[in-house]
Design a protein around this ligand. Structure first.
Ligand code: FAD
Length: 320
């Protein structure tokens, strides 16, 4: 069976969930060979093996943290030369997409970004994408070179599938371009204790109907009861009620959680573009004619100031 390279997103050896999801998808198209880079790369092996990696190509070097993406592209290219894989899979973060694009260019390959599913095909892996503000679902395959495909978080369930996960040192020589852009400082983002918006299994979002920054506490309380991330519509962000880092939509982040709860959001096309691939969508809106109700699985016509606190209380009661 052909091997498939999986780029590992990890923090000091702790593998992030989107990579484990990638391993589930990679197993459909070949034998996953993980590529782990930077500090703690070797420490990822046990987790990766548990989720199906037959091999872990690891390389630790200061360059991965000290410079922007090029050292990682160099390493993936080296792994590609060593393995001759049937595909290269990368998590669909901003960094992942840049790595994928640069790698595809170097390999003379086609690239597919933001896939939401992956299956085998007669002529290589077939990727599903949700395009044009989620108005169409397309299936595509790369017709030139080794397919390089980025996959959105939450596109597959994490499934344990124990494999050998033998660690092998990857030999990488950095290109002249690798040290072209140095990271000069880092400021850790203040942690809210909530999951990362694009990776969260549940997202609770508030819009103009929340009517003020001070009322976003209601949205946060519901999110915390569910262990969810908080999102916001552009109207709420533009009003200064919530940070732009939490904006969901065409000019914000694209999320695809198991559950998306929209409160006081009308469902404009630009908002839908960022959340329409969510598995289950719930809306709370006092206007029964709001367009968001066209795409929901469950809708509550009501005032969010009545509904959201009751929902939070109910979730907390059932948890307790
Ligand atoms: C180029 C471009 C890019 C854009 N990018 C984005 C983007 O990335 N993300 C995004 O979200 N938007 C984006 N927009 C803006 C988008 O068109 C909408 O204006 C925006 O999504 C509206 O936000 P909203 O639903 O919160 O507000 P509104 O459309 O004003 O809807 C508010 C809703 O709250 C309901 N409501 C009010 N009070 C209550 C209450 N007490 N209880 C329950 N319901 C209540 C109302 O019935 C209404 O349906 C973009 C627009 C453009 C032109």
């Amino acid at each position: 069976m052909a091997e498939v390279l999986v780029y590992v997103d990890h923090v000091d050896g702790a593998v992030r969930k989107p990579t484990l999801e990638l391993l589930t998808l990679a197993r459909r198209v070949g034998e996953p060979v993980a590529v782990a880079l930077g500090n703690g790369a070797g420490d990822t092996a046990a987790t990766l093996a548990e989720h199906g990696a037959v091999k872990v190509l690891a390389h630790e070097a200061a360059e991965y943290a000290d410079y922007l993406v090029v050292p990682k592209v160099d390493a993936l290219q080296a792994a590609h030369e060593a393995v001759s894989p049937a595909a290269v899979l990368v998590p669909s973060s901003a960094e992942g997409k840049e790595i994928a694009a640069r790698l595809a260019l170097r390999l003379g390959s086609g690239v597919i970004t933001d896939a939401i599913d992956l299956e085998t095909g007669d002529q290589g892996p077939v990727a599903t994408q949700s395009v044009f503000a989620a108005a169409f679902t397309t299936k595509s395959r790369v017709s030139k070179g080794t397919p390089v495909i980025t996959v959105k978080p939450n596109s597959a369930a994490v499934e344990a599938a124990p494999a050998a996960g033998a660690v092998e040192a990857l030999s990488v020589s950095f290109s002249a371009a690798a040290t072209g852009t140095k990271v000069t400082s880092r400021t850790p983002r203040e942690s809210t204790g909530r999951p990362e918006l694009t990776e969260a299994a549940i997202v609770v979002s508030g819009g103009r109907g929340v009517n003020g920054a001070e009322n976003f506490g209601l949205i946060e309380a519901l999110a915390d009861s569910l262990g969810a991330a908080v999102g916001a519509s552009r109207a709420a962000v533009d009003a200064g009620w919530y940070p732009h880092t939490n904006q969901v939509g065409q000019t914000g982040k694209s999320v695809s959680p198991q559950l998306y709860i929209a409160s006081g959001i009308s469902g404009a096309i630009q908002h839908r573009a960022g959340m329409q691939t969510s598995k289950t969508i719930v809306a709370i809106n006092k206007d029964a004619e709001a367009p968001i109700f066209d795409l929901v699985d469950y809708g509550v016509v009501g005032d969010l100031f009545d509904v959201v606190p009751q929902l939070t209380e109910e979730v907390n009661t059932r948890k307790g």
